[in-house]
Structure formats: C-alpha cells, structure tokens
Design a binder for this molecule. Structure first.
Ligand code: C2E
Ligand code: MG
Ligand code: MG
Ligand code: MG
Length: 273
C-alpha cells in the first residue's frame, strides 16, 4: 500500500519483461481426498522469479497485473502451461486427474475466454475433463452475467468450475444456485481457526452442508494440521488442500510425490481411446 508510484511503474516494467523472458513458472499443490488421503487433482499456482528481488508472490503481482492489463497474457500463459504439463503427465501415466487453473475476473468475463480455453485444449491435446477453472467468489459477483455465460459454455465443453475463496465474498444463495459450478473451495481464513473459533467451525460446517445441498464438491483450503483434517473428516468435507499434506511444489517434486504415493496407475490417454 505504501509503495510509491515510481516503484509500481518499475515493477510493471519488470513484469512485462518477466513474461517475455520466461521468469514465470508454475508450482502445483495437490487437492486431496479427505477420506482416502489420495491425491485427487492439482492446482497450478504461478510464481515469478525476479532476477534481483527473488521470488515474488502472486498476491503481490497479480493485483498489479490486473490493474495494468498484463493479466491477460499471464493467465493465458498459465492456462497453456498447466494444460501442456498435465497432458504430458497423463501421457507418462502419472496424473489422470484434473489440473485446476486460477483465472482473474477480468479474463473470465471476456466474450472470447471460452474460445481461448478451447484453443489451448486443442493445441495441448488435453481433454476438457482434465481441466478445472477456479474463479473467486468476488470476481463472479462483480460480473455476474458475463461470467455465468462463459461458465455455462465452459461447462458444456466438459471443463469443471470451482468457486475459490468461498465465504469471503457476498454471494447470496440465490446467486449461487445460478452458477454452473462443480466445486466450492472454502477459504483458508475459515479453515485455519476451526479448532479455536466456534463460529468459524459453524461456518465451515454450514458451507459443507450447503455444498451438499447443491450437489457440489467441497474443498477446504489452508489445512495445516492433523487436527483440522480430523475436523473435516468428522464433518464429511470431501477434499482438502494445505501445507499439512503439501506446499505447492515445482513439477519435478510433484512427480516424486505422485510416484511415492503410487496413487496413479498408468492409464490410457482419453483422447486416443
Ligand atoms: P488461491 O487460488 O486461493 O490459492 C491458495 C493460496 O494459499 C496459494 O497461495 C497457496 O500457496 C496458499 N496455501 C495453500 N495451502 C496453504 C496452507 O496450508 N496455509 C497457508 N497459509 N497458505 C496456503 P499463492 O500461491 O501465493 O497464491 C495466492 C493467490 O494468487 C491465489 O489464491 C490466487 O488467487 C492467485 N493466483 C495464483 N496463481 C494465479 C494465476 O495463475 N492466475 C491468477 N489470475 N491468479 C493466481
Ligand atoms: Mg485457487
Ligand atoms: Mg483460495
Ligand atoms: Mg486467495
């Protein structure tokens, strides 16, 4: 907040360069089945390795990218790279599971967004069933009509949709019903304190029941301890993500994790069958 205008402008210049000079990369965080402990999918999270400043968190540069319009190229690159990587893993027999990609509000509301996704799937060879798009609750609330249109189209293509950071926005139940979504992701601010804050515990339970009533899958974010996981199990939350299982990891370490768990058996490429 107290960064000067000049610093912002220089950071913007650096970010432009980062995109053209391959300084962006993806880390992947497993989404885990609460009951079985199996990895059910992976979420791609962008990382920026700044030549002088080191690794910069997306919480810092995504808002800047959104303000300057650079987000279009970042989200496009992330989408492409995540699809390409997942298809490679599928072909190697590692990961016949979904890859989730975060998409900014400004992108999903665009008329051509679904077409862009379709094109990237075609180029990378990834079947739509293996892609999931995450949009935050706030972003769909800001551009409801346009978002719903794009989401409906993506859903009809076979892509899954998740509402990210659920509970932090202002969506009413009637809105939620209109969204063509498959998953709710409970924001980590609620998950974190379920053991110490009784009202957070009630909120998490209510969100799990809500997802159930709407026949949606539910994912708890930010699970850092065995005790929180036990709470989720007791309350029949289906999936979780968090440091307790794994931090977001670079691709080579994710492969290691998948192999170690031996969750994945070689499967046929769905497109060749
Ligand atoms: P998100 O999509 O809600 O992702 C979850 C964030 O929580 C990630 O932060 C992840 O590293 C972190 N996290 C996961 N487990 C734990 C835990 O147990 N404890 C704690 N304290 N944190 C945990 P990250 O990678 O810094 O990303 C921050 C946000 O930036 C993401 O929140 C997402 O909204 C946005 N973002 C990340 N990658 C992209 C991208 O490619 N495109 C766009 N548009 N946004 C992105
Ligand atoms: Mg996310
Ligand atoms: Mg989230
Ligand atoms: Mg977030």
């Amino acid at each position: 907040m107290n960064r000067s205008y000049n610093q912002l402008v220089s950071l913007e210049g650096d970010l432009r360069e980062a995109i053209s000079k391959d300084q962006l990369s993806l880390h992947y965080q497993p989404k885990v089945d609460v009951e079985s402990g199996y990895i059910n999918g992976l979420e791609a999270l962008v990382r920026w390795k700044h030549p002088a400043k080191g690794v910069i968190s997306p919480n810092e540069f995504i808002p800047l990218a959104e303000e300057t319009g650079l987000i279009t190229r970042i989200d496009e690159w992330v989408l492409y790279e995540a699809c390409r990587q997942n298809q490679e893993w599928i072909e190697l027999g590692y990961a016949p599971e979904r890859i989730a990609v975060n998409v900014s509000a400004s992108e999903i509301q665009k008329d051509d967004f679904a077409y862009k996704v379709q094109r990237i799937l075609a180029i990378t060879g990834l079947a739509p069933e293996y892609l999931e798009i995450e949009v935050t609750e706030n972003s769909v609330m800001q551009h409801t009509e346009d978002c719903i249109r794009t989401m409906q189209y993506l859903k009809s293509m076979g892509v899954s949709l998740a509402i990210d950071d659920f509970g932090t926005g202002y969506s009413s139940l009637s809105y939620l019903r209109q969204f063509p979504i498959h998953y709710l992701k409970i924001d980590q601010t609620f998950t974190k304190d379920v053991l110490t804050d009784p009202s957070d515990a009630e909120i998490v339970k209510a969100m799990i029941r809500l997802a159930d009533a709407f026949k949606l899958g539910v994912v708890a974010e930010g699970v850092e301890s065995e005790e929180v996981l036990a709470f989720l199990k007791e309350n029949q939350c289906q999936f979780y993500q968090g440091y307790y299982f794994s931090r977001p990891l670079p691709p080579e370490e994710i492969v290691h994790l998948l192999t170690k768990q031996s969750v994945y058996k070689p499967k046929e490429n769905p497109r060749s069958s």
